[in-house]
Design a protein around this ligand. Structure first.
Ligand code: ADP
Ligand code: ZN
Ligand code: ZN
Length: 803
C-alpha cells in the first residue's frame, strides 16, 4: 500500500499556500505528521512540512505523484500542539498554514538539530540481552556514541530502529541528546564530582584542604574546576582525592547565556501585601484545578505585579508544568528578567531577537530536552517546542510591539490565548493601563479581574501638573522645554536626584499644528486631522481629499504653524544649553543599535553616572529606579493627532506609564506634562493617573463609532503599480461588500483611502477598513473571494494601526 503525505512547502508565496501530495518511499515509512522533509517542487528541491498522512486510494493519481527526497531532521519537528496552534493562526489570520509553521523555526529556515543517542545509566537486563538484534544495536551505540538515527538506520536497514530506540529510551538503556549540524561547537568545562556521598572525617583531620573540598562537594555534588581555583583549591588537592577514588573529574557542557551578566536581583522572603495575596490565591486556585482561564492583573505602576507573576510561576513549576513569560521588548525589561533569575536561577531561558544562531540553537535544544521550566521572551517565545504549559504571562499587555507587523500579522495576546486553550493553561495579562478591549472583556466577566490598587509600601502616586504650551509661547518662551520643567530639572539635580525626560515621537511630522493656538489642520469633510506627506501635501486618510500646508493659521493668523519634527537630538542640545550643569544620557533608536546598549544605558543611569535620562517611548517602559523623582513629558499629546481611533488610548497609556517612573523610592515624585490639549480627557485622566475615568470616556466613543471592543476590524491593503487599478479594485470590493452585508449595524466598510505609506517601492497602496461584529462570517466571505491568496492584497485581522 502506498502512503501519501500532505505537505506544505516552505516558500513564502501566497498563491502556493496549499498542501501538495507526495508519495512516501519505503525507506521513510516511519514518517509521521510534523516531520520536515525535502521534496521536489518545480525543478527545485525545497523544504516542506508534513501535515497529514493517508493511504493512497482510487482517486490518487499515482503516476503524477512525486516522492519525498529526504528527511531534514531525524524526528518530527512539530508536535501535535504546535500544529494545532499553527492551524488556528492560519484560520484566524487568514494566512497560510506554512507561514504560521515557519514561526516555529529559528531563523525561519532549515536549521538542522538532530537527536543523538548515548549509553544510559541502566544496564540492559537479561531478557533484553537474549534478543540478538537488541544486543547488536546496543553494542553499536556503545562503540560509536553519540550515534545519530541516520547512522543506526543505515547500519541496520533490516530492523525497525525507531521502535528499538523507543524501547531503549523507556528503559533508560540509552539517553537522547541533540546536536546541531552546522555553526555550533559545544563548549565544555571540567568539573569535579563526588564518587561516594560520605567520607570519614577523621581520615582527613590532618588534610584540611582535602577535607574542605569534600565538604564543599557534599553540598553541591559537582563544582567547576575554574570555580575551585578561584577559591584557592589547588590541583594537587584535587588529584589526591582522585587518587583516593573519592572524587572524579568530568566534563559538562556549558550553555551559552547572554543574560549571564544580568545580575539576579530580588528580595528574600517577600511578604505579600493583602492585594497581592488575594491575586495569587485566585491564580493558584485555577492552577490547581488546571482550568483554562484568562486573568487581567490590573495593577497601578509600582503595585508589585512582578511578585504576583513569580508566585504563580512558582506554583506551576512545583506542579511540574512549564511557564512562558512574554514581555514587550526584552532589552527594556532587564528588571523582570533579573527578578525571575533571582527566584528560578538556571530554570530559565531568555530568548531575545539579538541572540546569535548558536545561542538560539542551544536554547531550543535545552527546551526540547526538557531542561527548562520557564521561557522568557518577546513575542517569538510563543513559538518554541516548550510543552506542558501551565501558565502564560503577558506583561504590559497593551504594548504595541506585541503585534507583528509583517505576515502573519498576529497579536501575541490572541495567540497566547489560543495556546493556553490548547494546553488547558491559565493566561495572565498584566498592566497598569490595559487595552480598552481587554478591560472591556474583564468587565464582561470574560476575563477574571485581579486588582492591585495601591503602590508597594503605600508610596504615594506622583504629583502631576500640566503646562499649556500655547500659553508658554504667548509669554515669549519658544523653547521645547517649558519654564516650569526647567525649574523642576534644576531643583531635582541640585538635590542629587534624577530626572527622566520623554519625548513622544509618535505622531510627529504627521500633522500640522499652530503653536500659538493649538489648532490642527483637519479635513473639511470628515474633521479628522490631515496627514502630512513627503510630497508636501496634506491628505485625508478617510475620504482622500487633499490640501496644501497653509502659511498662516486659518484660525488665529499666527505664522507659527508648522508640522512637528522635533527629535531627541535637538532636545538634548536644548537641554544642554538650558541646564549646562546636568549630565545627560540619551536613549533612542540611534544610541541603542549595539547589543545590550539599552541595558548599559539603564545601568549607568541607575548607578548615578548621569542626572537626566532623555529618550523616546523607550524610557517609559517598566523601569524601577528609586532615585528618579522627576519626570518630564514633552508633547504628550502629539499622538492625539494621529487619525486613528486608538490615539487617545495611546496618549493616556504613555502619560500614565511615563509618570509611573517617578517617585518609586522614598521620595514622592513630581511629573510635568507639556501639552497643547490640557482639556482633552486622555491628557486630563493621564494627569490624574485615573484609568477608570479614561475608560468611561473612551468606551462611549467606541460604542458610538462602532469601534473595538464593539466591533472587530479587518484592514485590507490593495497594492498596484497603477494607482487607478488599485483604486478600481478597492471600489469594486466596497460595492460587493455592501451588497453582501446590508445591515450596517453589524458590518461596515470604510474607504478606499491612501495608506499612511501611500507609495512603497513603486506600488500604490490603498486601504479599506471593515468593522464587523460577525468576524467569522466576514472572514469566510473573504476566503470565498480568494482575497487571502492574492499577492497584491495584504490582510490585517485586528490591526493595531488602521492607517
Ligand atoms: P509594577 O510592575 O507593578 O510596576 P514592581 O513589580 O516593579 O511593580 O514592584 C515595585 C517594587 O516593589 C519592586 O522593587 C519590588 O521588588 C517591590 N515589591 C513587590 N512586592 C513587594 C512586597 N510584597 N514587599 C516588598 N516589596 C515588594
Ligand atoms: Zn476627509
Ligand atoms: Zn492658530
Amino acid at each position: 500500500m502506498i502512503k501519501v503525505a500532505n505537505i506544505f512547502v516552505n516558500i513564502p508565496v501566497k498563491s502556493i499556500a496549499k498542501a501538495y501530495s507526495y508519495a512516501i518511499p519505503d525507506k521513510f515509512s516511519f514518517l509521521q505528521t510534523g516531520w520536515r522533509v525535502f521534496v521536489p517542487f518545480g525543478n527545485r528541491k525545497v523544504e516542506g512540512f508534513i501535515v497529514n498522512i493517508s493511504a493512497a486510494d482510487a482517486t490518487t493519481d499515482l503516476l503524477k505523484l512525486k516522492e519525498i527526497i529526504d528527511i531534514v531532521d531525524e524526528e518530527p519537528w512539530f508536535t501535535d500542539k504546535m500544529l494545532k496552534i499553527a492551524k488556528w493562526m492560519a484560520d484566524f489570520y487568514l494566512c497560510s498554514f506554512a507561514e504560521a509553521m515557519r514561526l516555529f523555526m529559528p531563523g525561519k529556515t532549515g536549521l538542522q538539530i538532530k537527536p543523538v543517542y548515548l549509553i544510559g545509566d541502566q544496564k540492559p537486563d537479561a531478557t533484553i540481552l537474549q534478543v540478538n538484534f537488541y544486543v547488536e544495536v546496543y553494542n553499536f551505540i556503545m562503540l560509536h556514541q553519540p550515534v545519530s538515527l541516520y547512522d543506526l538506520r543505515k547500519n541496520f536497514p533490516e530492523f525497525d530502529i525507531d521502535a528499538i530506540i523507543v524501547l531503549f529510551l523507556q528503559h533508560k538503556f540509552i539517553l537522547k541528546d541533540y546536536s546541531v549540524k552546522k555553526n555550533t561547537v559545544n563548549r565544555y568545562e571540567k568539573i569535579v564530582e563526588l564518587i561516594q556521598s560520605t567520607f570519614c572525617e577523621t581520615d582527613f583531620s590532618r588534610k584540611p584542604a582535602q577535607k574542605n573540598l569534600l565538604q564543599l562537594l557534599q553540598n553541591r555534588k559537582s563544582i567547576p574546576i575554574s570555580e575551585l581555583k578561584a577559591e584557592k583549591i589547588t590541583m594537587t588537592t584535587i588529584q589526591a582525592l582522585v587518587q583516593a577514588n573519592l572524587i572524579r573529574i568530568n566534563e559538562r557542557r556549558i550553555y551559552r547565556d547572554s543574560y549571564e551578566h544580568t545580575a539576579s536581583q530580588g528580595k528574600k522572603n517577600v511578604i505579600l501585601t493583602g492585594e497581592q495575596e488575594t491575586a495569587v490565591n485566585e491564580l493558584i486556585k485555577s492552577i490547581e484545578q488546571k482550568e483554562n482561564k484568562t486573568f487581567l492583573l490590573y495593577g497601578i505602576t509600582g503595585s508589585g505585579k512582578t511578585q504576583v507573576y513569580i508566585e504563580a510561576a512558582n506554583k506551576v513549576r512545583q506542579a511540574g508544568q512549564h511557564v512562558i513569560v512574554l514581555v514587550p521588548e526584552i532589552a527594556l525589561t532587564g528588571q523582570l528578567v533579573s527578578s525571575f533569575k533571582y527566584y528560578f536561577k538556571q530554570d530559565i531561558i531568555v530568548l531575545h531577537s539579538r541572540l546569535s544562531i548558536s545561542e538560539r540553537n542551544d536554547a531550543i535544544r535545552r527546551i526540547k530536552q526538557n531542561e527548562i521550566g520557564i521561557v522568557i521572551g518577546a513575542r517569538s517565545a510563543l513559538f518554541t517546542p516548550i510543552d506542558h504549559i501551565g501558565l502564560i504571562i503577558l506583561d504590559e499587555e497593551q504594548d504595541a510591539s506585541y503585534k507583528q507587523d509583517e505576515s502573519p500579522r498576529y497579536h501575541t495576546r490572541d495567540v497566547a490565548q489560543a495556546l493556553a486553550r490548547i494546553h488547558k493553561a491559565i493566561l495572565v495579562l498584566g498592566s497598569a493601563t490595559p487595552s480598552v478591549e481587554t478591560f472591556a472583556r474583564a468587565q464582561n466577566k470574560e476575563y477574571t479581574m485581579l486588582t492591585l490598587s495601591k503602590r508597594i509600601g503605600n508610596i504615594p502616586m506622583p504629583q502631576v501638573t500640566t503646562v499649556d504650551m500655547r500659553a508658554e509661547l504667548k509669554q515669549g518662551n519658544r523653547n521645547i522645554i517649558s519654564r516650569a520643567l526647567k525649574k523642576l530639572i534644576e531643583e531635582t539635580i541640585a538635590k542629587k536626584e534624577q530626572v527622566i525626560i520623554m519625548l513622544n515621537r509618535r505622531g510627529f511630522s504627521t500633522f500640522v499644528m499652530c503653536r500659538s493656538c493649538g489648532h490642527v489642520i483637519v479635513c473639511k469633510d470628515c474633521t479628522l486631522p490631515l496627514v502630512y506627506h513627503q510630497n508636501g501635501k496634506l491628505q485625508c486618510h478617510h475620504c482622500d481629499s487633499s490640501d496644501v500646508v497653509p502659511d498662516v493659521c486659518p484660525k488665529c493668523g499666527s505664522r507659527y504653524i508648522k508640522y512637528f519634527g522635533t527629535g531627541t537630538e535637538r532636545l538634548e542640545h536644548e537641554l544642554r544649553t538650558l541646564v549646562p550643569e546636568a549630565r545627560i544620557i540619551r536613549m533612542d533608536r540611534d544610541t541603542t543599535t549595539k547589543k545590550f546598549a539599552h541595558a548599559e544605558i539603564l545601568t549607568q543611569f541607575k548607578q548615578g553616572l548621569y542626572d537626566i535620562l532623555l529618550g523616546t517611548q523607550m524610557v517609559a517602559k517598566g523601569h524601577d529606579i528609586p532615585n528618579v523623582t522627576a519626570v518630564g513629558i514633552i508633547s504628550a499629546d502629539s499622538s492625539l493627532n494621529v487619525p486613528d481611533f486608538r490615539s487617545a488610548e495611546r496618549c493616556f497609556a504613555l502619560i500614565t506609564q511615563t509618570a509611573g517612573r517617578a517617585g518609586r523610592g522614598d521620595i514622592p515624585g513630581k511629573v510635568i506634562i507639556q501639552t497643547y490639549n490640557p482639556e482633552h480627557y486622555a491628557v486630563h485622566c493621564g494627569m490624574q493617573q485615573d484609568y477608570l475615568a479614561f475608560y468611561k470616556n473612551e468606551i462611549v466613543f467606541r460604542k458610538q463609532l462602532f469601534y473595538p471592543p464593539y466591533s472587530n476590524l479587518i484592514k485590507m491593503t490593495i497594492q498596484n503599480a497603477d494607482e487607478q487599478k488599485a483604486l478600481a479594485e478597492a471600489t469594486e470590493f466596497v460595492k460587493l461588500f455592501r451588497s453582501s452585508f446590508k445591515d450596517i449595524n453589524s458590518s461596515q466598510i470604510i474607504g478606499p483611502a491612501p495608506a499612511m505609506i501611500s507609495n512603497l517601492r513603486g506600488l500604490y497602496r490603498i486601504n479599506l477598513l471593515i468593522k464587523t461584529n460577525q468576524p467569522a462570517v466576514v472572514k469566510k466571505f473573504m476566503v470565498e473571494q480568494k482575497l487571502h491568496i492574492k499577492n497584491n492584497i495584504m490582510l490585517d485581522i485586528n490591526p493595531l494601526n488602521t492607517m
